[in-house]
Design a protein around this ligand. Structure first.
Ligand SMILES: [Zn+2]
Ligand SMILES: [Zn+2]
Length: 182
């Protein structure tokens, strides 16, 4: 394992930035990651960047829209690990997709792992450990006999007013278990 190719951002400096400045830093990080990828694939198009992702996912490479989406709530709460890991993670998807036959590669397959290790110099992890309580749009937990269900605030309010919801799989009425992060 080599050392990370992109510089390590100072965590205290990052935490002290206001939201606008921190989002500018995110965009600069994407630009730096893209430049690095251009060293091995010089026709790689520049991805657009959106901070419009909600829910549990930290980032997403959206090939149809032509860019990378990031979760602004998770970024705000996890700035340092986000820059160090999530930006290279999504940029590696972007690069692999644009390689010859890359669109046929498995999402976190050999090609993606190689880019993470060899180009970015970081361990290729496929999941993050961020707390998604605030970013998740469905923080209300319900249970049936077979699984847990996550309700949005709107659905939860309807259930509280007496509307019964049944599980599509086991047909049991869902029972409220509590809410996370609200
Ligand atoms: Zn991924
Ligand atoms: Zn069920």
């Amino acid at each position: 394992m080599t050392s990370p190719a992109l510089p390590d951002p100072d965590a205290r400096w990052l935490a002290a930035l206001d939201r606008t400045a921190s989002q500018r830093v995110l965009r600069e990080r994407v630009e730096a990651a893209w430049s690095l990828c251009r060293e091995v694939h010089d026709t790689l198009p520049r991805p657009a960047v959106w901070l419009d992702l909600r829910g549990k996912a930290a980032g997403q490479a959206h090939f149809g829209r032509g860019g990378l989406r990031f979760n602004p709530v998770l970024y705000d709460e996890n700035r340092h690990p986000f820059l160090v890991e999530v930006v290279p993670h999504e940029m590696a998807h972007w690069l692999v997709h644009h390689l010859a036959d890359g669109h046929r590669a498995r999402p976190h397959g050999r090609e993606w792992r190689t880019v993470m290790r060899e180009l970015f110099g970081i361990a290729p992890r496929t999941t993050h450990a961020f707390d998604t309580a605030r970013s998740s749009p469905a923080p209300h937990r319900y249970r049936c006999a077979c699984r847990e269900h996550a309700f949005s605030a709107r659905r939860h309010a309807q259930a509280r007013r007496g509307r019964a919801y049944r599980c599509r799989h086991c047909a049991q009425t869902l029972v409220y278990q509590g809410s996370v992060g609200v």
